[in-house]
Structures are given as C-alpha cells and as structure tokens.
Design a protein around this ligand. Structure first.
Ligand code: ADP
Ligand code: MG
Length: 699
C-alpha cells in the first residue's frame, strides 16, 4: 500500500464490489483523500442500537429498536405495491411496511424469521407501525453493539456500512503510527480544559451507550468542543501565518505629510465623520510602515468609503508613489474616475501629473497611451476595472492598490500577488473596500488574515429610506407615486426582476418593462440600463441619469454596485422575493443619498416561500447593513453567505463562529501563542486539519 508520508495510507483497497479506484472517487467527493480525512469525517447523528425495547413499551414518534418474530408477511397492492410484515415479540405486535423492496426480501422476511428493527414508531391503520425501518435478520441472543451507531454524511453509492468499516480501520491504523497524538501544548489542554484529540475522535465515532445523545446532537459535548476548537485553531493558525508571511515582505513607507490630504479635506463641501477620521488614521498609520498594508475597509452602502480611499491615495501620492484604484464594474470605475478627477485635478495641476483611465473596452490607442503613462509614471493615479491587473500593466512606482467592492473579485490573495511594484521584493500596500458588512465574529474568523477598519456610522443628515412592501397587484399605486415624484423634479429607479435561469429572458424582461413604462409615462424620459449594453452605452445612460436628463431609469441589477446619484429618491424593485438580502440592501442603498426622504418599494409576487417571506421581513424591518448581514448569516449559514469569496479560506465544517464565539476567541489567543512558542506543534496541527490545502494557502 502506498504511503503518504504524514497522513497515512491512501485509502485501502477494498471491497463490497467497489474497485479501489471507484471507492476512492466516492470518498474524494466527500473531500476525503486519506485516512486522516476519514477520521475527521464525523457523524451527523447517531442511532441507538445498544438496547431493545419491548414492543408494548414503545411510544409514537420515537425512534426505537425492537426485535421479534415475523408472524405474517404479505405483498399488498393497495394503495400501492408494498411488503407488509407483522412482527411479534411476546409483549406486543407491530406492522412493518417496505415500499421499495427486492423479491429476495420477500423471501428473506418470511414467517418465523427473527428480525431486529430500528425505526420511527407511527400510528397506522391497524395499529402501530414502522415504515422502512432498518431491518436485519438475527439469531436469538445475538449480541448488541456497546456503542451508539454513527451515521455519516455520505454520497450516492457509498453505504454507511462501508464508511463505518473504513473509519474503524483508519482509527486503528492512525493510532498505530502515532498520528492521533496531541498537537496542542499541555498548558493549553489544562488552561482551556480540553479533552485529548485522540479520545475526542474515538468518542465521536463510537460513543458509549450511556453517552448523552442530546449533547452529541447539539454538538456541545466536550468531545465536540475539542474538535471545533481544533478546527477554529487551524483556521486561525493558517490565516495568522498568512498574515505574518506578508509582513515579511517589504513595502515603501509612505508617512503622512499632510500636504495633498490636507488640501483635499479643505476643498470638500463636508467634514469627515468621526468614523471616517478614525478609519483613515488607521490606514495612514499602516501606510507609514515598511510592511505591506492589507486592510479591509468595511462600511455600509453610502457610509463614505470613497473619500477615505481618496485620502489614502493622496498620502501615497504625496510620497511620490503611484496609486491604482480598481472597481468591479465599468460603471463604478467610471464613477470613481469622475469623482476623483473632480477632487484631484486642482491638487495635481501644479504637480504636472495626471490620472489614467484603464478599462477592458477602451480603444487600443487610448489604452496604449494610458499604459505608457502608467509605466513612465506620468500618471500618478490609475483608475479602472480589473484591466488594471493584467500582466502587461507595468507601474513605474506603485505604492498603493485600492480594490473597491473586494467581495466581487473573489480571492484577494491572488490579486495581491499581481500587484507587485517594479522593484523586485517590494510589494505595494493594499486597501480593500467592502459594502458587505459582516458580523464581528465572522470577521474574526474569515478575515483573520486582514486588518479590518469599520466605518460604523453614516454621514449626518441622511434621512432613512422608507421601505414598503407591495403585492404585485398594487402596481397602479406604484405608477402614481412615480408620476408624483418625477413631477416635482425627483428621479426614480425601476429595478427589473432577477431571472437567474436565463440571461436572454432577463434581457427580454428589461426591454419589455422599459417599453411598458415608456408608454405609461409619455411625459417622462425613461432610460434603460442592462448588462448587454456596451460599456460606452452604459456610461452615457448613467451620465444622462446623473444630469437629470433621464427621470426614470429602468435597470437590471447592474445598478447594484456603488452607483451614486443623490437626486434619485424612489426605487421600485420588481419580484423582490427572488433577490438575496445583501442584494436588496445594496440596491436600496442607491437611494437615500441626498437630502430628500426616499422610498423603496418592494414588489412581490404571491405565494411567498417561507425563506422569501423571512427575507422580505428582514429587509423591511432593518436598515443597518450589519444587522441585515447578521440575520442573513443566520438564515443561510456561512458557506453560502460567503459565496464566491475566499476559495482560499478554509471553510468551517463543524464550528460556527457565531455560536462558538467563546471557542473562537480562545482559538485566536492560542494561535498567536503557538506560532510564537510552539511552531512545530502549530505546523502539525495545520497539517492534520488542512493538509494540502495549507500549502495552497501559503503559496
Ligand atoms: P460608499 O461607502 O457606499 O462607497 P460613497 O463614498 O459613495 O459611499 O459616499 C456616499 C455619498 O456620501 C457620496 O455622495 C459622498 O460624497 C457623500 N459623503 C461622504 N462622506 C461624507 C460626509 N462626511 N458628510 C457628508 N457626505 C458625505
Ligand atoms: Mg463605494
């Protein structure tokens, strides 16, 4: 058998009709590639087959094990074909129904045979019954297992029996080669009262019959706590290592000189909020250091992240370094370009430097000119879409890269690597911005490799958006509202339904909606914005809307990200029940940016699913992005919540940062300690929990 140095043998070649390759493929589907993987494949739940309940004692709704003799066995045809047996144990009798069965089973389950049954007791027509119980034929007095029976997550064609057998073997094999030994320092075990790893996994795979099924089920048993702690610790270790590794790189120190930054602050028509000042001072401090900054600036939609990024850019620029600002969509990048050009042009004119614009759709000639300005350093600031990150974009002296709406880009780690400045070994600072606020516990867990600054207050004077829920049948009222608003000089968005299955249908709907609304409002200029327009067309529609030449903008969800038109104060979202919470929150954040009271109307189509109803309720009741995110997380769980983000981040299988906050806090402290005082144990711990993934993370 081939040995994989650390983690023990590749899956053993067995059995039960599977060739070893097929079996291996099935386990790979579960993410299991070796014996340690098997050991960390922990049960979903348990069945108690350690004792037998007399039939007369069973109660309805409970899952129990009984044993008795088959006294009657028939195939019935009404209401559908089924095998019905009666089982008698001296104390009572119950019916057993098999809806799917083989003819071999008809023979096997014949009168006089003794069977052991595990299943839920239900009331039946003739008396109590079990439908499709787990059933095996036994001889009288056959011994009972002395541990609870684990039930594992599985995949098609992989039976519990096979999984159990392989895990049992893996536990023995791995113990023999000492692979279940402790990775935590003794001190940690005592300080945090943790059970040993080995005892914990053995316990969870084979809990003794007297174990508390409640604690096991809720995953609060000390054995579960140890596993969850270990998992959180691995995540923290890996992310802290990642963090430290970055700190081993050098970046240019860009201290605050308070020249350009001060000039910008002076020229603004508003004062920074205290939250903006605080976050900028954190960023400013980072920039002054010789390690590359990796900071995430979080702030709800409309909290004013752009100006903070602008200040950071100026601090780099006043040190003679270039800055790149990247946004996920052309519309957003263009908006930054306009805003920053307005702010910066007066400051730059005397310096003889320019701002470059780079996007995937621009003409070759313009692009060449921009690229040459960037590489020569004439352009001190480059703004664009991900075109900025292409291989052939060379900066003369890049000091800072700003990435807006970073969650849109997925794995920031990879992007980071591309943003090297010209001098080898020196890395630029990086500022990421996100309007998807995430709860603190999650941030501690999933963003442990970053420093995080939070703008936790909106600029003053904002009037909260009023959210209204209208059934689709009330469109007429909505039409009246739009007419009213536009009559007094306000502007409105009409967001078309999201049609995930078909982009073609989505486009068709947008075109139709535009047509209908144009006919409905002959006196208004109705614009249309959708994903299939060329970027030039998109920009010009946005420009017209901004200038007020378009009063009603019909749009697909392309307006979701970052669009800023303060005069728009009404938004209608069609089929709001199809959209996710963060999507709705982001969309709604497009209004309420000016001084007008704004209204967001969510049109929904009945009937509503349970989850859609919950979502609409949350968005209706909350305006705070953090609270919405928290509830979203509770609704969906972290895996889905993060979506595309962080394919490099170890996701958690057992622990839940929200529920296991105490463990998370402990793991955080222990991770620091281990990296400092027990680096070898830390490595072993990472290897156990992340194996090969860990290498990827540190790449
Ligand atoms: P986001 O955080 O969503 O990117 P923006 O940076 O686009 O938000 O800011 C939203 C709006 O608020 C912009 O029009 C911006 O000029 C304005 N703004 C930013 N900071 C302040 C402030 N301190 N006081 C008043 N208005 C502000
Ligand atoms: Mg923004």
């Amino acid at each position: 058998m081939k040995r994989n140095s650390e983690n023990g043998p590749i899956l053993p070649s067995t059995t039960n009709g599977f060739t070893s390759k097929a079996l291996q493929a099935k386990f790979a589907k579960l993410g299991i590639i070796n014996e340690l993987g098997l050991i960390l494949h922990l049960p979903l739940r348990y069945e108690d087959e350690t004792h037998i309940c007399p039939i007369s004692y069973v109660s309805e709704g409970k899952t129990v094990q009984v044993e008795g003799i088959i006294i009657q066995s028939d195939v019935m045809y009404r209401p559908r074909r089924q095998l019905v047996c009666q089982v008698e144990d001296g104390s009572g009798m119950l019916f057993v129904r098999f809806l799917n069965f083989y003819s071999s089973q008809i023979k096997a389950y014949s009168v006089g045979v003794r069977v052991r049954l595990l299943g839920e007791i239900r009331p039946g027509f003739f008396g109590i019954e079990m439908v499709h119980p787990k059933c095996h034929i036994v001889r009288e007095g056959a011994p009972l297992p002395d541990t609870l029976t684990p039930v594992y997550p599985t995949t098609a064609g992989l039976s519990q029996v096979v999984i159990r057998k392989l895990i049992r073997k893996a536990l023995i094999d791995q113990a023999r080669v000492n692979n279940l030994s402790e990775t935590l320092p003794n001190k940690t075990l005592t300080d945090y009262r943790l059970n040993s790893f080995r005892d914990s996994v053995v316990f969870l795979h084979h809990p003794p019959s007297n174990a508390s099924t409640d604690l096991l089920q809720e995953r609060t048993h000390p054995a579960w706590c140890r596993i969850k702690f270990d998992e959180l610790l691995a995540q923290q270790l890996s992310m802290r290592l990642h963090y430290q590794q970055r700190r081993s790189h050098r970046a240019p120190a860009l201290p605050a000189r308070n020249e350009l930054t001060k000039a910008l602050l002076k020229s603004l028509s508003f004062n920074l909020t205290s939250a903006q000042r605080k976050t900028f001072s954190e960023i400013s401090q980072d920039l002054s250091e010789i390690y590359p900054m990796q900071r995430l600036l979080q702030g709800d939609v409309g909290s004013g992240k752009t100006v903070v990024a602008a200040l950071a850019a100026l601090q780099a620029i006043e040190n003679g370094y270039q800055v790149a600002i990247m946004a996920p969509t052309e519309i957003l990048a263009e908006q930054h370009y306009q805003k920053l050009s307005n702010w910066f042009a007066p400051l730059f004119s005397s310096l003889g430097v320019t701002i470059a614009w780079l996007s995937g759709s621009q003409k070759r000639k313009q692009r060449q000119a921009a690229l040459s300005n960037i590489s020569k350093g004439n352009a001190i600031l480059a703004i664009g879409t991900h075109a900025l990150f292409q291989e052939h974009v060379e900066f003369n002296k890049l000091g800072l890269a700003v990435i807006d709406e970073q969650h849109r880009f997925g794995v920031h780690q990879r992007l980071a690597l591309r943003m090297k400045s010209t001098k080898s070994g020196v890395v630029s600072h990086q500022l990421m911005m996100s309007a998807t606020p995430i709860p603190r516990t999650l941030s501690m867990s999933y963003y442990a490799d970053l420093d995080v600054s939070v703008i936790d207050k909106l600029p003053p004077g904002r009037i909260q958006v009023v959210t209204k829920l209208f059934a689709n049948t009330r469109r007429d009222e909505v039409i009246v509202r739009i007419r009213e608003a536009c009559r007094v000089g306000k502007q409105a968005y009409w967001v078309c339904p999201l049609i995930e299955e078909s982009e073609v249908l989505q486009l068709k709907t947008a075109l139709e909606t535009h047509e209908v609304l144009s006919l409905t409002f002959p006196g208004l200029k109705v614009g249309l914005l959708h994903g299939r327009l060329s970027s030039q067309e998109k920009l010009s529609v946005m420009q017209l809307f901004k200038q007020g030449d378009i009063q009603l903008l019909v749009a697909t969800i392309v307006v979701e990200v970052g669009v800023d038109v303060p005069n728009a104060s009404l938004m209608v979202i069609e089929h709001a029940e199809r959209m996710g919470l963060s999507q709705l929150h982001q969309l709604r954040g497009r209004i309420g940016r000016g001084t007008e009271a704004s209204v967001c109307i969510l049109l929904y189509q009945k009937p509503l699913s349970e989850i859609a109803r919950k979502r609409l309720r949350i968005i209706f009741e909350n305006t705070d992005g953090f609270e919405i995110a928290r509830q979203d997380l509770l609704l969906r769980g972290p895996g889905e919540f993060f979506g595309v983000r962080q394919s490099g981040t170890p996701m958690l299988r057992f622990a839940d940062p929200e529920r296991d906050e105490t463990l998370l806090n402990d793991a955080r402290g222990v991770a620091e300690e281990m990296l400092r005082d027990y680096p070898e144990l830390a490595q072993r711990h990472l290897q156990r929990w992340l194996g090969e993934k860990n290498k990827y993370l540190r790449a």
